[in-house]
Design a protein around this ligand. Structure first.
Ligand SMILES: [Zn+2]
Length: 214
């Protein structure tokens, strides 16, 4: 049986993660055009969407006395605290309207439970509870994914590492991703992703070329 074509996974292209949003990724706007180019190239597109209940455990405001950037030790591991962002059914949680979401796109919502965060589309931050992306890719018979989105050093990183762990062939498109980059986190993320056997495509054109090579 021939391998199914790769699936495009766009991580969290939501208003709150773009400049002007509540947890803006610096320079995030530059990914809009490359992401839209990618979207036009794939028959199957999956978009992950951070979708938190108000008072979510990942919000600094949910922990009296804590600040954004603090790290808390929680039952499932260490949790970095963030500004309130991507609250379900608020404008900030919407897919940015500049992203050309195709009608066939599937959406995977994550971080939906109050007491645990999910950076990855595959597993919640306990590393074991499925979020839904793996089942969806199995349904599509996909073995290869191309990943883009926000933020390279948080949710793209977590999604890519899980995908590699699950045995997917993974390509990450640099120009269609942007990172928060605190204290070298972006270059560390790339090191981790490539060490896990993910391919780094500098541009959309390079990703297209590597897809054709199979
Ligand atoms: Zn979040």
């Amino acid at each position: 049986m021939p391998a199914s074509p790769p699936v495009l996974v766009v991580v969290d292209p939501q208003r709150d993660f773009f400049p002007g949003g509540k947890l803006a990724v610096p320079g995030g706007d530059r990914i809009i055009e490359p992401v839209n180019e990618l979207v036009g190239m794939f028959a199957s597109v999956v978009i992950t969407q951070d979708w938190h209940p108000s008072g979510h455990v990942s919000f600094a405001a949910s922990h009296p006395g804590c600040q954004v950037g603090d790290r808390l030790s929680l039952p499932y591991g260490e949790q970095q605290l963030w500004p309130v962002h991507c609250v379900a059914d608020t404008p900030g949680a919407e897919i940015d309207p500049r992203i050309a979401v195709p009608p066939h796109a599937r959406i995977i919502r994550k971080g939906t439970r109050p007491l645990i965060d999910s950076y990855s589309g595959f597993f919640e931050n306990d590393g074991v509870t499925p979020v839904g992306l793996h089942d969806l890719l199995v349904d599509l018979s996909a073995t290869a994914i191309v990943v883009a989105g926000l933020a390279t050093d948080v949710c793209v990183l977590a999604t890519v590492l899980d995908a590699c762990r699950l045995g997917y062939d993974v390509t990450v498109v640099d120009e269609a991703s942007a990172g928060i980059d605190v204290n070298g986190s972006l270059s560390r993320a790339w090191t981790q992703m490539t060490a896990a056997a993910a391919r780094r495509a500098a541009t959309v054109a390079e990703a297209a070329l590597s897809m054709r090579r199979g």
